[in-house]
Design a protein around this ligand. Structure first.
Ligand code: XBP
Ligand code: MG
Length: 230
């Protein structure tokens, strides 16, 4: 039985990427840029984790010099504001099984953490939109992409979450939706449950402890080496 559950946010707690994409496109339009990310482009660009890194990759892909790092950071701040507004409009729901798993983990005394590429502001906005509660009411620890040297698939953000939780990887279980996230958690020594999402279905999930369509009915009752529906 794990002592802690560590959740990815985007694609795992909720299908957020279409809202992220809309927020990027609104930001580009506001800035007078002729950039527009359609679904096929975004699928390709999602292999690059992190919004600032994704914009830089887009410029590189087009062979354009693009904005300097400070301008990329300003565009990303504007994108975060758009994303927060879209979330607060209330259209997003948690993926099936997520709320029940987190509620049960809390009631049975497990520690709960987030290990995400996105910002603490976006985690807060999502928790308020989907649970009507601040993130700190739900999660003991939040580890975010800009707090670490290297984003997923590097292990850094999971190692930070483990350090803040004070548990070893063998006593924790990670929940992810993407290959980048899987590689990050595995490299930190964690067993990983995958629920593929809109943009990650069909990726290679070799090494996952389980690949499930949703977390409905999921409870790690037999220990992290033997994961199943209960
Ligand atoms: C998700 C991401 C994030 C979001 C955008 O990766 O890569 O970049 O798409 O968030 P994961 P920001 O689910 O593996 O953590 O724009 O705030 O970076
Ligand atoms: Mg994800």
């Amino acid at each position: 039985m794990p002592r802690a559950l560590i959740f990815d946010v985007d694609g795992t707690l909720a299908e957020t990427e279409e809202l992220h994409r809309a927020a990027f496109n609104a930001t580009f339009a506001d800035a007078g840029l002729d950039w527009r990310w359609d679904q096929p482009s975004y699928r390709r660009l999602l292999k690059v984790t992190g919004g600032k890194e994704r914009m830089r990759a887009w410029c590189d892909e087009r062979g354009a010099a693009g904005p300097d790092p400070a301008s990329i950071a300003r565009l990303h701040q504007a994108k975060t504001a758009h994303y927060g507004r879209l979330l607060s409009a209330g259209a997003l729901q948690l993926r099936p099984g997520v709320a029940a798993l987190i509620a049960r983990a809390r009631s049975e005394g497990l520690a709960l953490a987030v290990a995400t590429t996105t910002s603490p502001a976006n985690v807060e906005a999502l928790c308020r939109a989907c649970w009507g509660k601040p993130a700190t009411d739900l999660f003991d620890v939040i580890a975010a992409g800009d707090e670490v040297a290297a984003k997923k698939p590097a292990p850094d953000v999971y190692l930070l979450a483990l350090e803040r939780l004070g548990v070893s990887p063998h006593d924790a279980l990670a929940f992810e939706d993407s290959r980048n996230g899987l590689c990050s958690a595995l490299a930190a020594g964690l067993p990983v449950v995958i629920t593929p999402s809109l943009y990650t279905a069909g990726e290679d999930f070799s090494g996952a402890a389980a690949v499930l369509p949703t977390l409905v009915g999921f409870w790690p009752s037999l220990g992290s080496a033997d994961l199943g529906q209960s």
